[in-house]
Write a protein that binds this ligand. Structure first.
Ligand SMILES: *Cc1c(COP(=O)(O)O)cnc(C)c1O
Length: 428
């Protein structure tokens, strides 16, 4: 594998940009070595600056459910962009996207567009506090909700990748207002609500966790959160930045049949452009300015280009898309398990639709503690073994493998062939 151009670009970037990257996990710290600079993508493949081609399972961290450079999205986007890229005024395109989101997710009666998932979750939390008049937040270990101060305790994604329990720069006050409990731990959540239920503004959860690898919820866990928040007057926030339009048009809330008060979205609804949204009950959302006293604004919010990419992406998804995604990801899961068995490598997987978690441990984890109990050194070897054989996996054991609609049965086959050798190396 040629690396010369990427290495040279990385060494230049590292002098000007922190860690040489715009977001920490991209720096490959957890797997060692230096990151590849990607030059282009098409369908299920990406090419780096050295001209190497890879089957991509990062898919812009799940945003690209149609794969790279989807022709329909590109055509629509470029037509919209010829009419201007930003106005800071209402446009028809944001109404189109709002209609698509609200009709797919019945719990979202009204919404607000923002520019990232982080903005969505931090705004939803401010709203929950404004609505309830209460200060505290309950979050669950290993869930990642963006990088706002309140969420950076026992968080997944890059914090898990780098092994950080908390972030510097967060005040004791902000940290004290965040209570944490174990994912899938109903008794712990009950205890928190018993102790300080009348001080809790909201419980926030990834209804399927995708930032500690993939950890599936017990349906009873989600139902218990619904019950506990409702009876204490707190709001339930489902962070569906990954799962929204990934698991079903109505997200995890449709799959599990649990209706949150507020939902946060991002990734897929921007079709590969920067976007986020939060929405929910009319009565709650009406607290947001200009209708209500909870302030939240954004220069590029509802950006026409991002809205257009989202409109075309959501418009390209059908019920059949989800069957195809799930079938293909199921096939990939099965083939990886077979190859691990043949290689004598301890491997477990967990999967929700087209979200796949790979763990070098003997059973699929049910909590952050179990997710962390994976052999990260084995994952790093596996990652590099796969990369050398043309498969681009997330550069961390605590991220999700995403299958897109552009992936094919052939991609699954070539991935399984690469895994056959890479899993042997990972074991050694
Ligand atoms: C990616 C992610 C976020 C943050 O979104 P950004 O656009 O990166 O700010 C929040 N919550 C979840 C569940 C995510 O996966």
């Amino acid at each position: 594998m040629r690396r010369r151009v990427s290495e040279s670009l990385y060494s230049k970037s590292s002098k000007l940009m922190v860690g040489g990257v715009s977001s920490p996990v991209r720096a490959f710290k957890a797997v060692g070595g230096s990151p590849l600079f990607l030059a282009r993508g098409k369908g299920s493949h990406v090419w780096d600056e050295d001209g190497n081609r890879f089957t991509d399972y990062v898919c812009s961290w799940g945003a690209l459910i149609l794969g790279h450079a989807d022709p329909g999205v590109l055509a629509y986007l470029s037509r919209r962009m010829r009419d201007g890229t930003s106005f800071g005024a209402p446009t028809r395109e944001e109404l189109r996207l709002a209609e698509k989101v609200c009709s797919a997710m019945p719990s979202v009666e009204k919404l607000r567009f923002v520019s990232s998932g982080t903005e969505a979750t931090m705004s939803a939390l401010r709203l929950a506090r404004g609505y309830t008049g209460r200060p505290k937040l309950l979050k669950f270990d290993g869930c990642y909700h963006g990088h706002a101060d309140s969420f950076l305790t026992k968080a997944g994604s890059g914090m898990a990748t780098l092994g950080l329990p908390a972030s510097a720069g967060v005040t004791d006050g902000a940290a004290a207002d965040t209570i944490t409990a174990g994912y899938n731990d109903v008794a712990a959540a009950e205890e928190v609500f018993r102790r300080e239920g009348d001080r809790i503004a909201a419980a926030i959860v990834e209804p399927v966790a995708g930032n500690m690898g993939v950890v599936l919820p017990d349906a009873e866990f989600l139902r218990a959160l619904r019950r506990l928040t409702a009876s204490s007057g707190a709001l339930l926030i489902f962070d569906e930045v990954i799962t929204g339009f990934r698991l079903a048009p109505g997200g995890a809330q449709e799959v599990y049949g649990v209706k949150p008060d507020l939902t946060t979205l991002g990734k897929i609804i921007g079709g590969g452009l920067p976007v986020g949204a939060y929405g929910g009950k009319k009565e709650v959302m009406s607290m947001v300015s200009p209708e209500g006293p909870v302030y939240q604004a954004g220069t590029l919010s509802g950006n026409p280009a991002a809205m257009a990419a989202g409109v075309k992406t959501l418009g390209s998804l059908s019920r059949g898309s989800y069957q195809r995604l799930s079938r293909l990801a199921g096939e990939l899961e099965k083939r990886l398990r077979e190859e691990a068995g043949a290689a004598g490598t301890t491997l477990s997987t967990s999967r929700a639709g087209s979200m796949l978690g790979i763990f070098f441990r003997d059973s699929a984890p049910r909590s952050f503690a179990e997710a962390k109990d994976t052999d990260t050194k084995a994952y790093a070897k596996f990652f590099w073994g796969m990369l050398r054989r043309g498969v681009y996996l997330p550069p961390s054991a605590f991220e999700t493998v995403f299958v897109s609609l552009a992936h094919s049965q052939r991609d699954v086959e070539t991935t399984a062939e690469a895994a056959s050798a890479a899993l042997r190396e990972a074991r050694a």
